[in-house]
Design a binder for this molecule. Sequence first.
Ligand SMILES: *[C@@H]1O[C@H](CO)[C@@H](O)[C@H](O)[C@H]1NC(C)=O
Ligand SMILES: *[C@@H]1O[C@H](CO)[C@@H](O)[C@H](O)[C@H]1NC(C)=O
Ligand SMILES: *[C@@H]1O[C@H](CO)[C@@H](O)[C@H](O)[C@H]1NC(C)=O
Length: 228
Amino acid sequence: METHIQNLLNKLSIASTSIATITLILLLLQIPQTCIPPNISTTKPHLKFPSSTCDSPLLHHHRHLPLSKKNSRLWSSNSWQKQLLSYTHFFTHLKLLHNHSRVLCVSAGAGHEVMALKNMGLEDVTGVDLVDSLPLVRKADPHNLPFFDGVFDFIFTGHLSEALYPIRFVAEMERTVRSGGVCVVVVAECGDQQVLEIVGLFRNSSFVGAMNVTLIGMPMTRIIMRTR
Ligand SMILES: *[C@@H]1O[C@H](CO)[C@@H](O)[C@H](O)[C@H]1NC(C)=O
Ligand SMILES: *[C@@H]1O[C@H](CO)[C@@H](O)[C@H](O)[C@H]1NC(C)=O
Ligand SMILES: *[C@@H]1O[C@H](CO)[C@@H](O)[C@H](O)[C@H]1NC(C)=O
């Protein structure tokens, strides 16, 4: 009987030591308290969101935690989802993209268009802007793109009209898109004269077409240029 109790005590002691060790390890790893992936991914499994913050905490630097939390909150917001859907419709109707297209989004802001393209199945999408918005948009000057000539098949921007130097901005798009590639510009809805002015900025492309569209709830004009 006594040995039985002794065995039991030994087992309990091993168990409590193990629990203490696990607790210590967990504390050392600083597992975040909220280990749930963004709820959006459960309702919309086709949307590719980064996996939960619980994945290999050792691999992530601590400053990434607030960023991923901030992002999951932003990306699950109503306005983000609406804009995402609008960009998805926009790019789908273009019928110019394939899964293997190498795409650049210039002045991509928070990266709605980048996420829309990635969710459509495109594997090589890059977003740049003066201010980064990781992981979708990285920092680069649209007037001096950090890419080699002709590396993209397709370049999109919705912010040409805000460019400080539109000629330089367009020249960089034309330089980094491959010959035969496509640049698509979206501006606030405008008349034919303004379309001609924008087309004139492209020194090395032919005009494919202009069309009035609705994008993120606003009337816009979409201009397509093909590089020579
Ligand atoms: C990419 O491929 C998936 C299937 O692998 C397909 O469903 C999707 O329509 C493709 N997207 C584009 C833009 O071609
Ligand atoms: C777009 O709408 C404007 C009026 O707001 C019109 O002047 C212009 O011709 C339209 N452009 C196209 C390509 O239909
Ligand atoms: C236009 O494109 C051709 C062929 O890709 C290239 O050789 C030429 O330098 C380009 N011109 C300008 C002004 O970018």
